[in-house]
Design a binder for this molecule. Structure first.
Ligand code: ZN
Length: 139
């Protein structure tokens, strides 16, 4: 592995491999239960709602909205404080933990429900991390 970032690099497991293979291709992949239709994240080999193992992959649009966040003022590897630790809600429904970038990391710029779009940051040859950027100009 050749890290290109100081950030913590996620470890690929058999369950998460499809997700990281997707982000390498610029695809955000979630799972969908073919029995009950539930779409979910993070990756699991069975449906969290009905336990069915009838699972397929769905490509996301990359559109999301800001569901909640905290602003961290503590230094962390690869981050310059203050930075946001956000929960974003994908257009397709599932929520995931990420960072909102490309705007001031302040409560007056980080508005709940603000529209976001996925962008990708390369952490290593294996790991491309999905981050989110406001789709509207923030001043
Ligand atoms: Zn299900």
């Amino acid at each position: 592995m050749h890290p290109t970032s100081d950030k913590f690099i996620p470890f690929i497991t058999p369950e998460t491999r499809h997700f990281w293979e997707g982000t390498k291709l610029g695809e955000l992949r979630i799972q969908k239960c073919d029995s009950c239709g539930h779409k979910y994240f993070p990756p699991r080999p069975f449906c969290p709602k009905c336990s069915s193992k009838d699972i397929s992959l769905v490509l996301c649009s990359g559109e999301a909205k800001l569901y909640s966040y905290v602003i961290s003022h503590l230094p962390a590897p690869g981050f310059k404080p203050p930075f946001s630790i956000a929960v974003v809600e994908l257009l397709e429904g599932p929520r995931l933990m990420s960072n909102v970038i490309g705007c001031p990391q302040t409560p007056s710029s980080l508005l709940l429900d603000m529209p976001l779009a996925v962008v990708y940051e390369k952490l290593s040859d294996e790991i491309i991390l999905p981050l989110f950027k406001p789709t509207e100009k923030i001043v």
